[in-house]
Structure formats: structure tokens, C-alpha cells
Design a protein around this ligand. Structure first.
Ligand code: G3P
Length: 216
């Protein structure tokens, strides 16, 4: 199981990397807009920080524009993956870029049908968004499970799942139990996963008890 950092912030990526939690990085226009600097420069810096895949999203919505942008972004570094929104034109672009050996990730996937189309178009990765489905009272984990079953039962669909829009530690545990290929996790959630009140209480107690023999 790979864990990616869902961030465009170099400091967050570096901190995750120190713990072996940066097998890759996913970005999107919203995450990049939070950082200072230009789009390409930010991506270039991330690519030099991690050796795994760095997912960079196109802004165009028509196939010609997506292909053109995808080719340009792919020149930034060898580990760039082109993230493309789930659109009719997006799928056309995936086929073209895939034929050129450029890796793609179809993002904003909210149904198993969309995941099948993305895999058939030749997407290297498909990115279902759990949290945003949960937000509208649908079961995000159920979608992940359904896509996973389809890909396991159809090994000709050579597409990896990146579970995205992960909001809670429980999501992470459920997805790991399910055996999802890749989880992309915001850095705040990595910190939440570290913490447990009983760990804090236990440390506090050990430190208190250690005072007794420190001065002996
Ligand atoms: O990778 C996609 C992710 O950034 C979306 O997360 O929390 O905005 O739904 P969220």
C-alpha cells in the first residue's frame, strides 16, 4: 500500500517524507493556489523532493488543450503524472497521452461506471473522491469497494486506484483493510493518525514515575 501526500506545500511534503509517508504526491489547482510561486516552479520543486509520482492537474477542459498541457507538464520531470478531470474530452486525451507513454490519472471520479471508462481509456490511475460523496450522504467507502472489486475481477483493466478526498483516520483504516492500492492523505490527517489520548496519558505517567529514580 502506498501513501501519498495530498498537498502542494513543500514543508508538509518534507515532513511526511521523513516518516516514509510520501510515496508520491497529489496536487490540484486548489492546493497549488494556496502556495506562493508559479505553477510550474511549485511542481518542479515538489518533483525534486520526492522520487515517487507527482500528480499535476491540467486546467483545460477540451481534449486538444488537455493533450497540449499534459505534454508540457510531462516535461517538468520524469515523475510527473498528468491529472485529468473525468470528462468525455478528458478520456479522449487520456488515450492520446497514454499512447505517447505519458502516465495519467483520471480525477473527480464519483461512480464505478466512470472508473471503468477511465481504465478502458488507458488511465494509469483513477481517483475516486470519498469525502465529497460522504458530504452529500452517499457512501464513499462503498464506491471504493465497488471499484476495487471490478478491477480485481477484470485484471485486463490495468489501472490503480488512488483513494482521494480522505477526511478521517477511520477512512484510512477502512481503505487499508480493503487493500486499496494508494491512499492520498492531507498532512493534517497524517498528524491525526499519529495521536491517541491513551498514548499521551501513558507517556505522562511514565515521565512522572521516572522522576522517582532520576535523582537516585
Ligand atoms: O486529491 C483530492 C483532494 O484534494 C480533494 O479533497 O477534501 O477537497 O474533497 P477534498
Amino acid at each position: 500500500m502506498d501513501i501519498y501526500v495530498d498537498s502542494a506545500n513543500l514543508n508538509e511534503i518534507y515532513q511526511a517524507k521523513e516518516l516514509g509517508l510520501a510515496d508520491g504526491v497529489t496536487t490540484n489547482p486548489t492546493l497549488i493556489a494556496k502556495e506562493n510561486g508559479n505553477f510550474e516552479e511549485i511542481l518542479k520543486n515538489i518533483c525534486s523532493e520526492v522520487t515517487g509520482p507527482v500528480h499535476a492537474e491540467v486546467l483545460s477542459l477540451d481534449s486538444d488543450g488537455i493533450v497540449k498541457e499534459g505534454r508540457e507538464l510531462a516535461k517538468i520531470a520524469d515523475n510527473i503524472v498528468i491529472k485529468i478531470p473525468m470528462l468525455h474530452d478528458g478520456l479522449k486525451a487520456v488515450r492520446i497521452l497514454n499512447a505517447e507513454g505519458i502516465k495519467t490519472n483520471v480525477t473527480l471520479v464519483f461512480s464505478a461506471g466512470q472508473a471503468i471508462l477511465a481504465a478502458k481509456a488507458g488511465a494509469t490511475y483513477v481517483c475516486p473522491f470519498l469525502g465529497r460523496l460522504d458530504d452529500i450522504c452517499h457512501d464513499g467507502l462503498e464506491l471504493l469497494s465497488s471499484i476495487r472489486t471490478i478491477f480485481v475481477n477484470n485484471p485486463d483493466l490495468e489501472c490503480q486506484i488512488i483513494a482521494a478526498s480522505i477526511r478521517t483516520p477511520a477512512h484510512v483504516v477502512e481503505l487499508a483493510s480493503m487493500g486499496v492500492d494508494i491512499l492520498t492523505v492531507p498532512s493534517k490527517l497524517l498528524t491525526q493518525l499519529e495521536k491517541h489520548p491513551l498514548t499521551d496519558l501513558g507517556i505522562e505517567q511514565f515521565c512522572k514515575d521516572a522522576e522517582k529514580f532520576k535523582n537516585l
